[in-house]
Design a protein around this ligand. Structure first.
Ligand SMILES: NC(=O)c1ccc[n+]([C@@H]2O[C@H](COP(=O)([O-])OP(=O)(O)OC[C@H]3O[C@@H](n4cnc5c(N)ncnc54)[C@H](OP(=O)(O)O)[C@@H]3O)[C@@H](O)[C@H]2O)c1
Length: 291
C-alpha cells in the first residue's frame, strides 16, 4: 500500500515513516518542508507542483497529514498564520487526497476540549479555548463534513525520538544531561496523557491495514501533569542540577489558555485492538539508558 506522509521531518510524521517503512506491506514517501533530511522529499502543501518527487507517479493510496503550526502560544498571537497553516493546509491536502482517491489521516489534539473534565473520550463534547484548538477543530470538521474516507487521530503530549529534539521529554533529557543548574517553571495544574510517537506509527499501521474510518484517541493511559511528567523523567538523571518551580498556569503568563484537565482516553482504540500495548514513559526512559 502506497502511503505519503506529509511532515516526515517532524516528530509524529518521522516516527510514522520509520515504523511503516519497516513493514513490507507499505511503500512510503515522507516529506519535509523547511528541515531537509536524507530520507525525505521536499513538499509544500500549498505548492505541490514544486515537490522534489513525482507524486502523480507514486499515486498515494493513503495520505497522512501532520503539518500544522504547533506552537500554541504563537498561534494565539498570530491567528491568521495559524489558520493558514492548520485549516487551509488541511483543506489543500484534502483536495490532494480526493484527486488520488486516497484516504486521509489527520493528526489532531486534545486542545479541541476545554479541559474541565478530562481525560476525554471520542464522544465527549468539544469546546476549544485557544486559537490553536479552534483551528484543529475547524480542520477536523472540514474533513468530517466533506471527505468520508478519513481517519482523525487525536493525540497529546507526544514524545519520542526526534531529530530536532523539540518535544518536552527530549528537552528535559537534554537539559538534565548538560548538568547545569537551572530552574524550570512548570505548570502543576495542566494534565494530559503522554504518548510515544512510535506508538502512533504502530497504531496507524493497524488502522490503515484494517481500512478503519472516523475518530480515534491515542494515549498510553498514563495521566500526568507537567510537573509529575518532568519528575518522572528527571528521576533517571540522579546527578542533574535542574530544579522544578511548580506553578499554577495563571502564574506562567502563557499567551494561549490551556485545557487544564486535558488528556485522552484510549478505550475505543484498545476495545478494537485489545492486543495492542502502548509503551509507557518509563519504557522509553529505560531505553534511553540502555536498561
Ligand atoms: N507534538 C504534540 O505533542 C502534538 C500534540 C497534539 C497534536 N499534535 C499534532 O500532530 C501533528 C504533528 O505534530 P508534530 O509535533 O509532529 O509537529 P512537527 O514536529 O512540527 O512536524 C510538523 C511537520 O509538518 C511539516 N510542515 C510544516 N509546514 C508545512 C507545509 N507548508 N507543507 C508541508 N509540510 C509542512 C514540517 O516540516 P519542516 O519541519 O521540515 O518544516 C514538519 O515535518 C500536528 O498536526 C499537531 O497539531 C501534536
Amino acid at each position: 500500500m502506497r502511503v505519503f506522509i506529509i511532515g516526515a521531518s517532524g516528530l509524529v510524521g518521522n516516527n510514522c515513516m520509520q515504523y511503516l517503512r519497516g513493514d513490507p506491506h507499505f511503500e512510503v514517501i515522507g516529506s519535509h518542508f523547511s528541515f531537509a533530511t536524507t530520507d525525505t522529499e521536499y513538499f509544500n502543501v500549498f505548492r505541490p507542483e514544486a515537490a522534489t518527487f513525482d507524486l502523480d507517479a507514486f499515486h498515494p493510496e493513503v495520505i497522512i497529514h501532520t503539518g500544522a503550526l504547533t506552537h500554541v502560544d504563537y498561534c494565539e498571537t498570530h491567528p491568521e498564520e495559524s489558520f493558514r497553516n492548520t485549516v487551509e493546509s488541511t483543506t489543500a491536502v484534502l483536495e490532494l487526497a480526493r484527486s488520488y482517491g486516497a484516504s486521509l489521516i489527520y493528526i489532531s489534539s486534545d486542545y479541541v476540549f476545554d479541559g474541565r473534565s478530562g481525560p476525554y473520550g471520542e464522544n465527549d463534547p468539544v469546546n476549544p479555548l485557544s486559537v490553536y484548538g479552534r483551528h484543529k477543530l475547524q480542520a477536523e470538521n472540514w474533513i468530517r463534513g466533506t471527505y468520508p474516507a478519513h481517519l482523525i487521530l487525536r493525540v497529546t503530549n507526544v514524545y519520542g525520538d526526534e531529530m530536532r529534539g523539540k518535544n518536552f521529554v527530549a528537552f528535559l533529557i537534554r537539559e538534565a544531561r548538560k548538568g547545569e543548574a537551572k530552574t524550570l517553571r512548570l505548570p502543576i495544574d495542566q494534565y494530559a496523557s503522554p504518548v510515544n510517537a512510535a506508538d502512533i506509527g504502530r497504531a496507524c499501521a493497524r488502522l490503515i491495514r484494517d481500512g478503519k474510518r472516523g475518530l480515534y484517541h491515542l494515549s498510553a493511559g498514563e495521566y500526568l501533569n507537567r510537573v509529575q511528567l518532568a519528575e518522572k523523567v528527571l528521576r533517571y538523571f540522579p546527578g542533574n542540577r535542574l530544579r522544578i518551580a511548580a506553578l499554577p498556569t495563571k502564574k506562567l503568563g502563557q499567551d494561549a489558555p490551556r485545557p487544564l484537565k486535558g488528556g485522552l482516553k484510549n478505550d475505543k482504540f484498545l476495545g478494537e485492538y485489545p492486543d495492542f500495548q502502548f509503551s509507557t514513559l518509563d519504557d522509553y526512559l529505560r531505553k534511553q539508558h540502555g536498561i
